[in-house]
Design a protein around this ligand. Structure first.
Ligand SMILES: [Zn+2]
Length: 212
């Protein structure tokens, strides 16, 4: 099957392509490993409900980490338009689902992203796709924030980029500490968002997030 056909069979939902095709060898090897893990942690690993679990988990982990197969720069470089607009472009409340690299347990929340164009803009949905391309990897929230900022800065070369992420970490909520409602906020800025306090404050006011 050629690449285009494969692509056409992907399911497109809200502009995102759901990855429903899995590498066969990878899926087989991962299922065997997950079967071993199940045998270690469950007292009755052969019961009906668990028969297909190793295969399901092997597929789901590939989906949850499919960002490794995407080059985020390409998302923007393939969709850049010349435009004179020099006001803030803001995309708020982009949903984020990622896995913390220390525990491989989810963290999830929202990203707010702004940039001030300098000759070029990109499609608003492309910003969300860049977020997803980095989030669908093993991550820490701090690095995720900076990677998104750098990708937009290095491709569009705008006057400034601002990224704020608010996320809840299940590795904190579900494990020992059990601070179930704590949300971590991270931010990263370039250009005029760094140099001009007013621009930064306008962004922070628009997204309505408290930064410490
Ligand atoms: Zn963690």
């Amino acid at each position: 099957m050629d690449e285009n056909n494969k692509k056409n069979q992907g399911i497109v939902e809200n502009g995102y392509e759901r990855i429903d095709k899995f590498d066969r060898k990878q899926t087989k090897e991962l299922s065997e490993l997950y079967k071993k893990i199940l045998n270690k942690i469950d007292r009755d690993p052969n019961r009906d409900g668990l028969t297909k679990t190793p295969l399901r988990v092997a597929k789901s982990i590939q989906y949850l980490t499919h960002g490794y197969n995407i080059n985020p720069d390409d998302i923007i470089l393939s969709s850049m338009f010349e435009e004179d607009y020099q006001q803030m472009v803001l995309v708020k409340n982009i949903e984020i689902y990622s896995l913390c690299e220390h525990h491989m347990i989810p963290f999830f929340g929202k990203a707010h992203i702004a940039y001030i164009p300098d000759g070029y803009i990109t499609g608003l949905s492309k910003i969300a796709r860049v977020v997803d391309a980095y989030a669908r990897r093993l991550q820490v929230q701090e690095r995720l924030t900076v990677q998104i900022r750098d990708c937009i800065q290095n491709t569009l070369n705008p006057l400034g980029v601002a990224v704020v992420i608010e996320a809840m970490h299940l590795c904190i909520a579900m494990r020992g500490v059990q601070k179930q409602n704590s949300v971590a906020t991270t931010s990263a800025f370039t250009g005029c968002f760094l140099k001009q306090q007013r621009t930064r404050e306008e962004f922070i006011h628009l997204i309505g997030v408290m930064l410490h």
